[in-house]
Design a protein around this ligand. Structure first.
Ligand code: FEO
Length: 170
């Protein structure tokens, strides 16, 4: 049976991951609206990955005999100044998520909860990848520019991203 404080913290993280999914779905709709289908695809895939992150915690809580609480998901923004602005906000959000995961690791250590500590290592690695992906796209947008031909080149690149369900990765 999982510790109650740990359970509460994981339930809050399920909400953070679901909010992330919501935020990226909203960004996907924004990119559709401004005619950048590749960017929209990238964000849609990200939305699905965030739901996987939420569901991995959800399954884990059930496995540990915990109780899942699905808190209300806040409304995300729906408008950004430019593609660069949207990705800067994405990176800012992912840094916040990294901090949440690090706090969970600290709690698992304090509680001597080895199973949760082990689970969290997957999220620690995932956050490194997520921040690196966002930084790479931000760099592309800065170098190539977020207007005209450069933007369409990046759009074509981001159209290639495909979704791999988590279960198939492991
Ligand atoms: Fe699930 Fe993007 O952190």
């Amino acid at each position: 049976m999982i510790d109650k404080e740990m359970e509460e913290a994981i339930n809050k993280q399920i909400n953070e991951e679901m909010y992330s999914a919501y935020l990226y779905l909203s960004m996907s709709a924004y990119f559709e609206r401004i005619g950048l289908k590749g960017f929209a695809n990238w964000m849609y895939v990200q939305h699905k990955e965030e739901m996987d992150h939420a569901m991995k915690f959800y399954r884990y809580l059930i496995e540990r005999g915990g109780s899942v609480r699905l808190y209300a998901i806040a409304e995300p923004p729906h408008e950004w100044d430019s593609p660069l602005h949207a990705f800067e906000e994405t990176l800012k959000h992912e840094k916040h998520i990294t901090e949440c995961i690090n706090n969970l690791v600290d709690l698992a250590e304090r509680k001597k909860d080895r199973a949760t500590f082990n689970l969290l290592q997957w999220y620690v690695d995932e956050q490194v990848e997520e921040e690196a992906n966002d930084e790479e796209i931000i760099q592309m947008l800065i170098i190539v520019g977020d207007k005209g031909n450069g933007l369409f080149m990046i759009d074509r690149e981001l159209a290639k991203r495909t979704y791999t369900p988590l279960a198939q990765e492991e």
